[in-house]
Design a protein around this ligand. Structure first.
Ligand code: EPU
Length: 335
């Protein structure tokens, strides 16, 4: 276990905000977590993963907790459906790489997403037509209210687009994910419908999970910044869902990209709206709307402050609101 005071969080958030916390604790096992005297720690408590979906807006006055539980256990490789128990501190992408190499299906479209397994289960990360809930069967947590271990089935997690029970008011912060139970398949089930994947596969017939993974990585690299080179937190905004009437106002001829949901409402790519406002490349201080994918805000100078990011966020929200009457909601969690 590692305990630090007045700790610099620059390397614990992919936006690379230079902020600090009063106390930082990284534990290696569930027993270490259970043994912590939570009452004695500076408050509030904040549990983070890789910090790839966070924006620290200032120094954090409390304790930041981080899991380094990094075990991957294949429960039984003998069946078509393979259960796997994965520690919350495992890098999500190294897990995906490993299961693809074992020839297991289900995770390959989620290749290249920064972050750790625990946070992936809280955030219900998704890409290229797959959400992590599709391969999760259960989530094991430590309940800091009752101070005991608790397991939730996938239904109890109330997963929706970038949402789960763990993000809801009342439960937020109560459950610390210690491991996630996945169920992957030996039976080939490639999902190649998302625009660009088939093309990136360059006509490979009957691709393996690793070949699909490589196509996804290629597609991501063409649009999204690599967080190890350029600070960002992936998509900064969620894709808004609007009514049919609103969509007709946004796009009278219906030519805007859109996706009709089951209830008749319409999801419009925020990237399209931001692009149409001419905001690609827009800057506030060291922060910039990413040229290749305007849904992303990047720390272009490497020294952008939280205020730079917040100012740019507001500029984007206000401009899109004025032009289209749609209020974008941030996807990145503000701390
Ligand atoms: N578009 C433009 N101009 C641009 C870029 C895109 O008009 O410069 C339009 C295009 O019509 C494009 C559409 O926006 O078809 C949508 O873009 P894309 O399919 O690349 O993805 P997205 O909807 O913007 C979502 C997720 C990503 C995920 C991709 C791929 C959200 C908020 N974002 O983005 O997730 O990788 O789909 O599945 O749902 C993340 O959450 O951090 C993330 C990167």
């Amino acid at each position: 276990m590692r305990v630090e005071y007045k700790y610099d969080l620059s390397s614990q958030n992919t936006f690379r905000m230079k902020v600090s916390c009063e106390c930082y604790i990284q534990y290696d096992t569930v027993s270490e977590l259970e043994g912590l005297n939570l009452d004695s720690l500076p408050k509030p408590l904040l549990h983070i993963g890789q910090g790839s979906n966070l924006l620290f807006t200032a120094d954090f006055p409390g304790t930041v907790l981080h899991s380094n539980i990094n075990t991957i256990k294949y429960v039984d490789m003998g069946f078509n459906e393979v259960p796997i128990i994965v520690g919350s501190g495992v890098s999500f992408d190294s897990f995906v790489e490993q299961v693809c190499a074992h020839g297991l299906w289900g995770a390959e479209n989620l290749s290249g997403i920064p972050g750790e397994v625990g946070a992936a289960a809280v955030q219900n990360i998704g890409a290229y037509g797959v959400e992590v809930k599709d391969i999760i069967s259960g989530v094991v947590c430590y309940d800091i209210k009752e101070r005991k271990k608790v397991k939730f089935g996938v239904q109890e997690c109330k997963y929706a687009y970038r949402h789960s029970m763990f993000k809801e008011q009342g439960t937020k912060g109560r459950y610390i994910v210690t491991s996630v139970l996945f169920r992957l398949s030996r039976v080939p089930s490639p999902k190649l419908d998302y625009k660009g994947i088939k093309e990136a596969l360059e006509g490979v017939e009957n691709p393996s999970p690793t070949q699909v993974r490589e196509a996804v990585l290629k597609l991501r690299a063409s649009k999204l910044p690599d967080v190890s080179e350029l600070g960002s937190a992936g998509s900064f905004f969620m894709n808004p869902v609007v009514s049919k009437a609103d969509f007709e106002r946004i796009s009278p001829d219906g030519s805007a990209p859109h996706y009709v949901l089951e209830d008749g409402s319409i999801k419009v790519p925020a990237a399209y709206l931001i692009d149409r406002c001419g905001l690609k490349g827009e800057m506030s201080g060291g922060a910039q709307v990413y040229q290749k994918q305007p849904l992303v805000i990047v720390n272009a100078s490497g020294t952008a402050s939280p205020q730079d990011i917040l100012e740019l966020e507001q500029k984007v929200i206000n401009t899109v609101k004025e032009r289209f009457g749609v209020t974008l909601q941030p996807e990145v969690e503000h701390i």
